[in-house]
Design a protein around this ligand. Sequence first.
Ligand code: MN3
Length: 211
Amino acid sequence: MPFSLPDLPYAHDALEPVIDSQTMQIHHGKHHNGYVTNLNKAIEGSPVSGKSLEAILGDLAAVPEGIRTAVRNNAGGHFNHSLFWSVMAPAGKGGGGQPSGDLANAITKDLGGFDAFKDAFSKAAATRFGSGWAWLCVKPEGKVCVCSTPNQDNPLMKGVAECPGKPILGLDVWEHAYYLKYQNRRPDYVSAWWGVVNWAKVAENFKAAKG
Ligand code: MN3
């Protein structure tokens, strides 16, 4: 099978109390695993079998029409969740705080500083109608930007995001990501989530995206 479920880089309960253990178990073991299984099923024997995830997402037009929606949803789901797990860490053990160095400078220059960025990102997450994601991206010309996308879409896909580019930080705002603990209080989930953001990893993603 070309794609497989990545292990979490921490225990299911490591992000408590921000994200509860049961949510992590279901989210990673059932939801993410489902995207991987369905992606592998959809692309089996197709011309995009063997391509990288980024290559598939960056050129959905090359995916045969009959499997395009399944590939969009499940390749998107696999990419988005793989990024999501990697940009979090237990609070105080890599999670929380603020970015530093080049990433902090870019956020200041392009987004008006960390507080302004945080407000814009939180607003993108809170106001995304229905299911979707909020993103911090690096645009092709190198600037950072904030946006959100519906469903399992992401800024690698052409024509779906206000800020197309390489996502370096993503927040899942599907109800399955927070409902057990926060019920309908998505803004509370978003606000608590800043405490587990792994800025060292986001900085690494920033560096890689800039090339
Ligand atoms: Mn999810």
